[in-house]
Design a protein. Structure first.
Lengths: 304, 457
């Protein structure tokens, strides 16, 4: 009889104490309270500045009618095309250029190091003044570029920001110019971590120059290159500055990308929910990218 | 030295929390006579100084406190929209564009200010009152949502010296619309022949930014007889042949000079203040832009200030006087304002004719006073300065009508989407015919108007 009472009462107590033990880990007595006291502010900050804004954004853009309205906006359709072009052309040109340049900056010589310092300046300087300067330089009437054209060849250059393709090209070019140095440095670091023994062995076997790149450097950099490209795609999808400050989304709203259309819808149309919906419509691209990136990071743990 | 223990930390934290709680009644008491106000930064420092001075006078007279912040209009617009969306609002905010009031009145997000405006109505310009009278889709009625303080029409600004240098005379300015525009074309040719490579005859906004492009288009459309595009009952009349003809003529006559090289090409990407800057740098002989901010910015450069001619609208091509479209600026009170009484009291103070007159005068008269009798009786407005005289005559004395956004919030979305300017751009850069561009714009306008049906009483 007595043993039956004990059997019923013990399991929950055991479970409770087991849970407490696992939460406490190796902490004892007041250590646990101190740990909690230090942890709570971080959890509060995380919820306030990460979880809450993300959930609030999802809630703001949760009404299906917003997406109907979004698709009925003629600007939205051209924005999707622009975004895909911006990603496809901008990211690939930038990353491939960075890959080639990282090889160049591996060369020995003090002047290469000096050149590298100058090359990283666009990335190091704040984006806003740079893009505003580019906007001014491209002004058709009094911009630096057309004035140089006029002084050298006595002809007026085109109105760079007045034509859709020239304007979109200018925004993509500005993005590449700004961010290529950063990715060049990352890929340069990747190249530098390739053991010299491998190169030396390849040299002995006759693999130099382009053959060394194809058979040694590129295979070893492939994972890093792919991860950088995925990361860059995610960053570029959220790039607001290149378009806003170079073309302003113009001419006639024809160069908007999703990041800038969201702001236009939120604050120019005074419809913040529509703006959030515009940005949220990038999620079908964004989520698979993040999943692929996470998987690549997991599988590429021991590789370059 | 005190030892930091768990108990001491907890004790101190509790002490701080208790102190915060005890301090609150003081803040709450203070808030009863304190209003938080967001105001737009002026184009010149004098405007901000005038606001600060008015606030100081009010605080002295009432004993109340105004906690204000002055913000550039673009940033203020974002701040206002964010505040209304999140529900954390100030007690009063000045409108920073033409969309925020009609759209938020429609959604029942604003407090009506009938009790402030009604007692003052008889003194105010009717068009100014009409600009403040918006439709609420929840109550299905119209009410005053803006306290009218500043009105603005769109005048022409002309460099007299450039006209003369280009071989023409200001005294020869034609009286009718098309002839008035054509007058500047030979001036451009004359100036270029005199060695000015980058100078253009005409300056107006053909961009898809801000509120100026739609205002510009409307002025041209009204000049060609299309005033009834939207009527005071909030209805769109794209089916009216007269309106359709006027819209097509406006598109043609705005875009043809651009294609012919009489308008700076960069105007398709201008922001609100870019035409002011372009005019100041003498990129064009004439500019069509709201308020006399262009002149006021040069107030302390007397030679340049005097070199500008401020000119109201020419007559129609048939020789008839054209009404100017007028916008109003002033404060709105968002729903959820914690100190509603204090905000309303301040608004009542600000629209007292004497107070308002002194405030706008101290701001160099950039904004027109919406009180016709006072405009006529105070020499500051119509007698002391040629720019103010032309501007006030156009904005307050001559025939006016309100911006279409007051009739129906759909027009706010159409303006913000730049439906018509996108059509103009297609004509200028993509070879689309004006009729086709107008048809496409009408289709989009009809779609947007369908979202904002206004019940007729």
């Amino acid at each position: 009889m007595t043993s039956t009472v004990i059997d019923i009462g013990q399991p929950p107590i055991r479970r409770h104490s087991a849970l407490l033990r696992s939460l406490r880990g190796s902490l004892k007595g007041s250590e646990y309270t101190w740990a909690l006291a230090f942890l709570v502010p971080y959890i509060a900050v995380f919820f306030t500045f990460v979880v809450y804004p993300a959930l609030y954004g999802l809630w703001l853009g949760s009404e299906p009618s917003l997406y109907t309205e979004l698709y009925s906006d003629p600007i939205y359709q051209s924005t999707i095309v622009n975004t895909l072009l911006f990603l496809g052309v901008g990211v690939n040109l930038k990353m491939f250029g960075a890959l080639l340049l990282s090889g160049f900056f591996m060369r020995p010589g003090w002047w290469v190091k000096g050149l590298l310092m100058i090359f990283v300046l666009p990335w190091a300087v704040p984006a806003l003044p740079e893009f505003i300067s580019i906007h001014w330089m491209l002004n058709g009437e009094w911009g630096l570029l057309n004035n140089v054209f006029y002084d050298l060849f006595n002809v007026d250059g085109p109105s760079w920001l007045n034509e859709h393709w020239l304007a979109l090209g200018s925004a993509i070019y500005s993005h590449i110019w700004k961010w290529m140095p950063f990715w060049t440095i990352i890929l340069l670091a990747g190249r530098m971590s390739i053991p010299t023994e491998i190169r030396d062995a390849a040299k002995v076997d006759g693999a130099t120059g382009i053959r060394s790149f194809i058979y040694i450097s590129f295979p070893l950099l492939a994972n890093l290159y792919l991860i950088c490209t995925l990361l860059s795609t995610i960053f570029t999808l959220g790039d607001f500055n290149s378009v806003t400050f170079v073309t302003g989304g113009g001419p006639a709203n024809s160069t908007h990308v999703l990041a800038t259309l969201g702001i236009r819808d939120a604050f120019e149309l005074a419809q913040p929910r529509l703006g959030v919906a515009a940005v949220m419509s990038a999620l079908p691209v964004m989520i698979p990218l993040v999943i692929i990136l996470m998987r690549k990071l997991k599988t590429a743990e021991v590789q370059l | 030295m005190a030892v930091l223990t768990r108990r001491s930390v907890l004790r101190s934290s509790l002490g701080l929390a208790a102190a915060g709680t005890l301090a609150r009644p003081y803040i709450a008491n203070a808030a009863a006579t304190t209003a938080e106000v967001w105001w737009t930064q002026g184009f010149v420092p004098e405007e901000d100084a005038a606001f600060k001075s008015m606030v100081a006078d009010y605080e002295k007279a009432s004993g109340n406190k105004i906690e204000y912040s002055i913000t550039p209009y673009a940033a203020l617009r974002q701040k206002e929209i964010s505040a209304i969306t999140s529900g954390v609002v100030p007690d009063m905010m000045e409108i920073a564009d033409f969309a925020i009031t009609p759209l938020n009145a429609w959604d029942n997000n604003l407090v009506d200010v009938n009790d402030i405006v009604e007692p003052m109505k008889s003194q105010f310009l009717q068009t100014a009152l009409d600009c403040c009278y918006h439709y609420n889709n929840v109550t299905k009625t119209r009410a005053y949502y803006i306290t009218p303080m500043k009105v603005a029409a769109i005048p022409f600004h002309i460099w007299k010296s450039l006209v003369e240098k280009g071989g023409s005379k200001i005294s020869d300015l034609p009286k009718t619309w098309d002839a008035f525009m054509d007058f500047f074309k030979p001036v451009q040719k004359g100036l270029r022949a005199a060695g000015m490579r980058n100078v253009y005859a005409l300056g107006y906004q053909l961009t898809a930014n801000g509120v100026d492009p739609l205002n510009t288009f409307n002025a041209w459309m009204v000049a060609y007889g299309g005033k009834d595009l939207v009527t005071p009952d909030g209805k769109l009349h794209t089916d009216d042949p007269k309106v359709k003809e006027a819209v097509i003529k406006a598109i043609v006559n705005l875009t043809t000079p651009f294609k012919e090289g009489y308008v700076p090409p960069g105007c398709v990407n201008w922001n609100d203040a870019d035409d002011n800057n372009a005019f100041h740098s003498k990129l064009m002989v004439m500019d069509f832009d709201g308020t006399i901010s262009t002149e006021v910015a040069l107030y302390h450069k007397k030679e340049e200030y005097d070199d500008i001619l401020t000119h109201g609208l020419p007559l129609s091509n048939e020789g008839k006087e054209l009404p100017s479209q007028v916008a109003v600026f002033g404060p709105i009170i968002p729903k959820g304002a914690k100190n509603l009484a204090a905000a309303k009291e301040f608004a009542k103070y600000m629209i007292q004719p004497k107070v308002l007159n002194e405030y706008l005068k101290a701001g160099l008269g950039r904004w027109a006073l919406p009180i016709p009798d006072m405009v006529k009786s105070d020499p500051f407005w119509l007698k002391e300065d040629p720019h103010r005289e032309a501007y006030l005559t156009q904005s307050v004395i001559s025939p006016t009508f309100p911006i279409y956004e007051a009739y129906n919030p759909a027009m706010a979305q159409i303006g913000a989407e730049h439906v018509i300017m996108t059509g103009c751009f297609d004509v200028m850069n993509n070879g689309v015919a004006a009729e086709q561009a107008a048809g496409k714009a009408f289709k989009r306008m009809e779609e947007i108007f369908a979202k904002y049906p206004i019940a007729q009483s």
